[in-house]
Design a protein around this ligand. Sequence first.
Ligand code: XIL
Length: 386
Amino acid sequence: MLPAPSCQKPPPHPIRPQASRPRGSTSGRASRAGMKRRQLLRHAIALPAALPGLASSRALAAIQGGPRVAFGIAAQTRQLLTDPGFRDAVVRECDILTPELEMKWGFVEENQGSANLAPADQMSNFARRFGKRMHGHALIWHKSTPDWAASQMMTNPDWRIIDAFIQRIVPRYAGVVESWDVVNEPFADNGRPDGLRVSPFLTAFGPDYIRRAFERARSLAPTAKLYLNDYGFLYDDSESEARRTAALRLLEALKKHSVPVDGLGIQGHVDLERTGTFRQETFARFLKSVADMGCAIRISEFDVREHETAIPVEQRDALVADATAAVLDVAADCPALVSVTCWGLSDRYSWLPLPSETAGLNRGLPLDSDLRQKPMYRALMKALRR
Ligand code: XIL
């Protein structure tokens, strides 16, 4: 499948925050840092009252002066442009912005021959304006492959079909997108020993599509961090175990053949119906195995899916927060963790449904639909500062 050996550790990930200065130092620089903290504290106190009683995660992290794993969210351009309250919350809270839709192939090139890049441009302009880093999502994903491209690949497996999209999008956002999901959701229980999903990519090009995509992305974005991203690694059951094994084997093979993969994105879609099968030791062991290969780790799509809504809202929020802490506390203890991205910031725009007979919104994101911090927010921030 893959050429030429030699295994290298990637350089330290640039988005890991710098360690803080030791407390109690009397140097001039330390007192300047103290002054900066006091200024930040004043700034935090002066924050608009959209989040009553609590300063934003960024301000708090700055005041405390300590390192904090970066916090990201996925959002849609339309939400940022049309909802000022939401936009302000995004500006206040997050370090890294992921376009929920706007850089996906099926969105950009739904119709062959025309490209819709305006929403991705608008989001990248927003990121530049407000000093946000961006994570690009996703170059290769079976669910967002335009129909025309999938059928062309199947009838005439010509790599240029994929290459043209990668070439169109990666250099365009070079100054602002610091990391990419190069291959999204490559694993599935399709009966293959390697655990790879039988997608149009696999059918057309074999497992080598993964190497080709990473190498092409690296050639166009030499400094961006390149990720493999998938779900289903969390639970202590045979399904998750098979997916973990497949991911470790693939990463090992890619590393062994010097394919430029920098890390693994672990989609943290937590399901409250399955949390009984979550074991911190199992997840920690997996994270360590990934880290031991020299891979960075992102928790890339964190949210909590509820099922039970006929209980008091406080109880619902407590269940969501407990599930958040259970997963993220383990992740935060892993030195290879560079960021946690929630798949949305506020329940107002959650992609998670509730059971169809239930009114209301799923409460599995950090802010409620009025943009107020919930217990999940506090569990998340506590984990990020561990
Ligand atoms: C989802 C979006 O949130 C939805 O709005 C869209 O309709 C479908 O895609 N895994 C991924 C994300 O990698 O791209 C998906 O995003 C959620 C599951």
